[in-house]
Design a protein. Structure first.
Length: 479
C-alpha cells in the first residue's frame, strides 16, 4: 500500500489544519492588539517600543513558519504588512530581501530549473544516474548526498546547488517510479536539500553562514580563517559522519523501493541543440561559481545571467509562457520575507540582546571546557532560532570575546564553536536553502521537521561528543 498523497509544503492540510482554521484569525487579532498595547506597557530598561514590536512580530512569524500555522505566503505577507503599518523599521529594511543577491540567486536558479525540465536535460541526466538497474533506493539516497557534498567543493552557493540539483532529482524520481506523494520522492528531495547544506558547513566557504563567519572574524578580531585547518577541524565529524547519519536517517524515515521505468527521453543518446546550449550555460556557470574568489562576481549575478541567457528567444529554452506558468512565487516571497526579517533583527539589535540575556542566565565556570562548550552551544542554538542560521554568525561573532572570558575558553575555540551550531538545524525555517528545496520538491514542512529533529537528536547525543573528542585531540579545547 502506497503512502498517502502529499501536497505542497505550503498548502498541505497537516494535522494542525483544524488548529489553523480555529485559531488563525484569533492569533492575528491578538498580535495586532499586542502591537497596539506596546506603547502603554512598561518595558525592561533599555528596551524600546520598536524593539518590543519587532520581538512580537519575530515570535509570531517564526512560530507560524515553524508550526505551519498559516499556509504560505500568508505568514510572510502578514509580516510585511504589520511591520510597515506599525513602522517597526523603515520599509526599505522590511522589503530589502527583494533587492539582495540571495533573492536574485533563487530567481535565476528557478529559470534554470525550468530550462532543465523544458529540454528534458534533467531526464537525460537522471538516466545517467539510473543506468545501474541493480541500484537500490538506499544507494540512490547515498549517491545524491555524496553528489551534493562533492559539488560543495567547487560551487560555493548552497542555494545554487539546490536550484541546480532539485530539477535533476525530480526527473530521477519520475524515472524510478516515485510519483508525487511517494516517500521515495520525499527522500530524494530531502537528500538534496539537507545534503547540500549540512555537510557543507565544514567546507570553507561553501554556504552563507561560514562565509559570514569568515568575514566577521577577519573584520572584528583580525583572525584569518584558512581553508585547510578549517576543513581538518570540522569535516571529519560535521562533514563525513554527518553525511552518513543523514543517509541513514532519510532511509529510516522515508523508506521505499525502486521501480524504474524502461523508457524515457534520456535513452536517446543524441543531444539536441537546446540541450547543448543549456549544458554549455551550466558548465560556464559552474566554472564561474568555482572561481568567484578570483573574478569577484557574486553567485547571484552568475545565476541571473545564466537565467537571462535561457530566456533569450534565440536560445529556445524558456518561453514567456513557461516562465509565467512555472515560476513558483511562494518560495520567492518566503526568501524575501526571511531576508527582511533577518534585516529587521539586525537593525533593532534583538539578536545581540538575546545573546546577552542568555549569557546572564547561565553560570559558566572556567576550567570546565566540556560543560562550557555545551552551554555555549545551547546559547547559540537559542540565538539561531531567533535570527535563523545565516544570521547567527553576525550575532554571535561580536559576542565571542565576552563568551570566551565567561567560559575561560580560547577565543578561537569559541569562534569555531559556531560551526557545529549552524550545522545543526532544529527546524526547517532556520535554513532557507532547505526550505526552498522542500518547496520546489513539494515536500511538507512536517516531513522536513521530522528529519530535522531526528538529525538534531543524533547530533547532540553522538556527533557533538565525537566532535569534542576530535577537537581535544587537535588541541583546540584549551584556555
Amino acid at each position: 500500500m502506497q503512502p498517502a498523497q502529499q501536497t505542497s509544503p505550503v498548502s498541505r492540510p497537516a494535522p494542525l489544519g483544524r488548529l489553523r482554521a480555529g485559531l488563525g484569525p484569533g492569533l492575528i487579532v491578538a498580535l495586532i492588539a499586542a502591537l497596539l498595547l506596546a506603547d502603554f506597557v512598561p518595558l525592561p530598561g533599555g528596551f524600546t517600543v520598536q524593539q518590543c514590536r519587532a520581538a512580537l512580530l519575530i515570535v509570531f512569524t517564526i512560530s507560524s513558519w515553524a508550526l505551519n500555522l498559516f499556509p504560505e505566503p500568508l505568514t510572510t505577507l502578514l509580516f510585511f504588512l504589520l511591520a510597515v503599518l506599525f513602522q517597526v523599521v523603515p520599509p526599505a529594511t522590511i522589503f530589502s530581501g527583494f533587492s539582495t543577491p540571495t533573492w536574485w540567486l533563487v530567481f535565476g536558479g528557478t529559470v534554470i530549473g525550468i530550462a532543465i525540465r523544458a529540454t528534458t536535460l534533467g531526464e537525460r541526466l537522471s538516466h545517467l544516474l539510473s543506468r545501474d538497474a541493480a541500484r537500490s533506493y538506499n544507494r540512490y539516497i547515498a549517491l545524491i548526498v555524496v553528489m551534493s557534498v562533492g559539488l560543495a567543493f567547487v560551487m560555493p552557493s548552497t542555494l545554487g546547488r539546490v536550484m541546480l540539483l532539485v530539477p535533476i532529482v525530480l526527473a530521477l524520481a519520475d524515472r524510478l517510479g516515485f510519483e508525487s506523494g511517494r516517500t521515495g520522492r520525499t527522500g530524494l528531495v530531502l537528500a538534496v536539500s539537507f545534503g547540500s547544506y549540512m555537510p557543507s558547513t565544514a567546507i570553507l566557504p561553501a554556504n552563507v553562514p561560514n562565509t559570514v563567519l569568515l568575514g566577521a572574524v577577519d573584520s572584528i578580531y583580525n583572525i584569518k580563517l584558512q581553508y585547510g585547518p578549517y576543513l581538518l577541524l570540522h569535516f571529519p565529524v560535521l562533514g563525513i559522519l554527518k553525511a552518513i547519519v543523514l543517509i541513514w536517517a532519510i532511509c529510516k524515515l522515508f523508506p521505499d523501493t525502486v521501480a524504474p521505468r524502461t523508457q524515457g527521453a534520456g535513452d536517446d543518446a543524441r543531444l539536441k541543440a537546446p540541450e547543448k546550449l543549456l549544458i554549455a550555460v551550466l558548465l560556464i556557470s559552474l566554472a564561474l561559481y568555482a572561481t568567484d574568489a578570483w573574478h569577484g562576481i557574486s553567485p547571484a549575478w552568475i545565476s541571473l545571467g545564466a537565467g537571462l541567457i535561457c530566456m533569450l528567444p534565440q536560445a529556445r529554452l524558456v518561453t514567456p509562457k513557461a516562465l509565467n506558468d512555472q515560476v513558483q512565487i511562494i518560495p520567492l516571497i518566503y526568501v524575501a520575507g526571511f531576508l527582511g526579517l533577518a534585516a529587521m533583527i539586525a537593525q533593532t539589535g534583538l539578536g545581540a540582546w538575546a545573546g546577552h540575556q542568555l549569557l546572564q542566565l547561565v553560570d559558566m565556570q572556567p576550567g570546565h571546557p566540556g560543560g562550557n562548550l555545551t552551554i555555549l552551544a545551547a546559547i547559540g542554538a537559542g540565538i539561531g532560532l531567533i535570527t535563523t542560521l545565516p544570521g547567527l554568525p553576525a550575532v554571535m561573532t561580536p559576542l565571542a570575546r565576552e563568551f570566551s572570558q565567561a567560559s575561560g575558553l580560547a577565543l578561537y575555540s569559541v569562534l569555531m564553536l559556531e560551526v557545529p551550531i549552524f550545522s545543526t538545524v532544529l527546524l526547517p525555517y532556520e535554513c532557507p536553502p532547505i526550505m526552498i528545496g522542500m518547496a520546489l520538491g513539494a515536500v511538507s514542512i512536517r516531513d522536513g521537521t521530522r528529519l530535522c529533529l531526528l538529525l538534531a537528536a543524533i547530533t547532540l547525543t553522538v556527533l557533538l561528543p565525537l566532535d569534542y573528542l576530535w577537537w581535544n585531540a587537535l588541541g583546540y579545547v584549551k584556555p
